[in-house]
Design a protein around this ligand. Sequence first.
Ligand SMILES: Nc1ncnc2c1ncn2[C@@H]1O[C@H](COP(=O)(O)OP(=O)(O)OP(=O)(O)O)[C@@H](O)[C@H]1O
Length: 256
Amino acid sequence: MESIKVQGVSKRFTTKKGSVQALNSIDLAIEDKEFVTILGTSGCGKSTLLRIIGGLETASEGHVMCHGSQVTGPGPDRGMVFQQYSLFPWMTIQKNVEFGLKEKGVNKTKRIEIAKQYIDLVGLKGFEDLYPKNLSGGMQQRTALARGLANNPDVLLLDEPFGALDMQTREVMQELLLKVWQTSPKTIVMVTHDIEEAILLANRVVVMSARPGKIKDIIDVDLGKQRDYNTRLTEKFLEYKRQASNLIRTESMKVM
Ligand SMILES: Nc1ncnc2c1ncn2[C@@H]1O[C@H](COP(=O)(O)OP(=O)(O)OP(=O)(O)O)[C@@H](O)[C@H]1O
């Protein structure tokens, strides 16, 4: 069953300084419980595409369907996690993770239980009563991920969620996300400019061309579901990396 269907989506931004064609005729169908990563050079329109799927931005042409309904704005069926973790600074970690559940009307006992479960999953047990400012960037990002997961949306949209993290924390978070997807699969669409991350996590990598963003190629990643850090060292992984790197290099040359 299709989860997301992007049909003929183009986007032009008009500002005082002129207009920018960010996306050009994007067609993309994402199956239920797929993990799709969107890879491309800086400025090719990755975030714009994700924001249109999330309903935070409108398409100039075309539309997006989510489980058969046209996307006209943000909705609880699509959760988003951004690079800037956008936590509420006046709320504790526990309250931040509970926030979406409260909005959905989940009763107090249940939401405390669910929030604790996800705080535990992202390795923040014991930090529940602290405020975001008391945590490192990596811990804040883990909180944002826990909040996104706790809401249990049908579709999780991730915009460079690990972009600001140091390499080691980033790898831990990638494995964590893989574990979550392996144990409770859901549709995930993630924007990244990290080729290895895109391959390690996804079952399909969408490679975009330089602006105006179009889909240049889609790589089917056949690495099985049980992946971990060592998967990066396999021949198959390196072959996907070669393929994606060549596509990206061609596009980067066009920009320069
Ligand atoms: N709100 C906006 N107003 C005007 N132009 C915009 C707006 N948002 C994005 N753009 C432009 O649209 C193009 C695509 O931007 P977008 O952020 O989607 O690219 P990206 O691939 O996510 O880039 P990066 O990898 O650098 O984050 C860029 O040229 C950007 O400057």
